[in-house]
Design a protein around this ligand. Structure first.
Ligand code: PHE
Length: 360
């Protein structure tokens, strides 16, 4: 039994000093494993007299239990230590600013698209897209501009080399986002409520024109929509976008082949000393075109014009961005000048939302 006491002391010592879970397991195997010391002693019991076997068996069992208990206790200590070590090593300071290394900025066009999308999303619109390379049918014909229609000359169109296999006639770089009205109506059934932010192209270049620019189209089609809804929607949009609660809007009769009646919308402003200030100041500035979708357009898009009606609008994204953020020259949007971007750009990850504010 002296021997048993010695083994007990050694084994418990190894368990208690095991530095990590692997060392603890090695100590366990050395004592209780198939070839372990205590297991070895168990095997000798068979050769003893019955009385001696009983006494030795009880003593051995006691040691075995003590060792097992010690192993469990040590395991808990080591596991707790390992967890504490991981927590320390993987610690994050959640109060640190997000990605402090980010030096990039969001381009004002992207920012403006995010802002107007947030406003229209709140009103229940979804975002639709279409191709930049359009065919004659979607860009003109289906928008009530048949071949030889004089309105076609209003757009300085970029025509692409003729492809004899082209389905919708010759191909062009779309001169506005309106062809997506047609694509949407042909591919869905009313009610329709979409906006289409995207690029448009016209062969023109000066202070206020670039050959590529951005527009946002709006289209609503259902059984009851009328001009009052169009006005309300655009009034709400402009006031939210420019963040001026009493911004006045003026709807002036105008002409577009694809809407009837048509209107151009002016917002209130003041011009003094080369400066332009938006608000209820008596002067007016044109910002967008709109109207009730022409029945011919509904019909050409496969929609029953005796049952459905709707409104559409289109506005230049650079234009409203310039007005809101005081950017004087349209061409600078596309100069890819980092100094300009640092000045007019926006902090990434501050996504515009109606709940948190459009800009921060
Ligand atoms: N597509 C027109 C343009 O580019 C704008 C517009 C869209 C007008 C929808 C009315 C309705 O000038």
């Amino acid at each position: 039994m002296k021997e048993l006491d010695a083994i007990r002391g050694e084994v418990l010592g190894a368990v208690e000093t095991a530095a990590d879970l692997a060392a603890l397991d090695a100590a366990r195997v050395a004592a209780l494993g198939k070839k372990g010391r205590i297991t070895g002693l168990m095997k000798t019991l068979g050769g003893l007299e019955p009385d001696a076997r009983k006494a030795a068996g009880a003593a051995l069992n006691e040691v075995k239990m003590a060792v097992a208990e010690a192993i469990e206790a040590r395991r808990r200590v080591l596991e707790r230590g390992a967890m504490a070590g991981r927590l320390e090593a993987e610690r994050v300071d959640v109060s640190l600013p997000v990605r402090p290394e980010s030096a990039g900025h969001v381009h004002p066009i992207t920012q403006t698209i995010d802002e107007l999308t947030a406003i229209f999303a709140e009103m229940g619109y979804s975002v639709a897209e279409g191709p930049d390379i359009e065919d004659d049918f979607h860009n003109f014909t289906a928008l009530n501009m048949p071949e030889e229609h004089p309105a076609r000359q209003m757009h300085d169109t970029f025509y692409l080399p003729h492809r004899p296999d082209a389905e919708g006639g010759s191909t062009v770089l779309r001169t506005h986002t309106s062809p997506v009205q047609i694509r949407t109506m042909m591919n869905s059934t009313p009610p329709i409520r979409i906006i289409v932010p995207g690029r448009a192209y016209r062969s023109d270049y000066d202070m206020t024109h670039t050959p590529m620019f951005h527009q946002v189209e709006g289209l609503v089609v259902d059984e009851t929509t009328h001009m009052g809804h169009l006005k309300g929607c655009l009034i709400d949009f402009c006031r939210a976008f420019f963040d001026i609660d009493d911004l006045p809007l003026r709807f002036r009769p105008s002409f577009f082949p694809f809407t009837e009646p048509s209107a151009e919308v002016d917002i209130g402003c003041r011009r003094s000393g080369g400066e332009l200030v938006l608000g209820n100041h008596g002067d007016w500035l044109e910002i967008l075109g709109c109207g009730m979708v022409h029945p011919n357009v509904l019909e050409m898009s496969g929609i029953d014009s005796s049952r459905y009606q709707g409104f559409a609008f289109g506005m230049g994204i650079e234009r409203i961005a310039m007005l809101k953020y005081g950017i004087p020259d349209l061409r600078t949007f596309f100069d890819a000048d980092l100094r300009w971007l640092r000045h007019y750009g926006f902090v990434p990850l501050d996504m515009p939302s109606m709940a948190h504010g459009l800009t921060r």
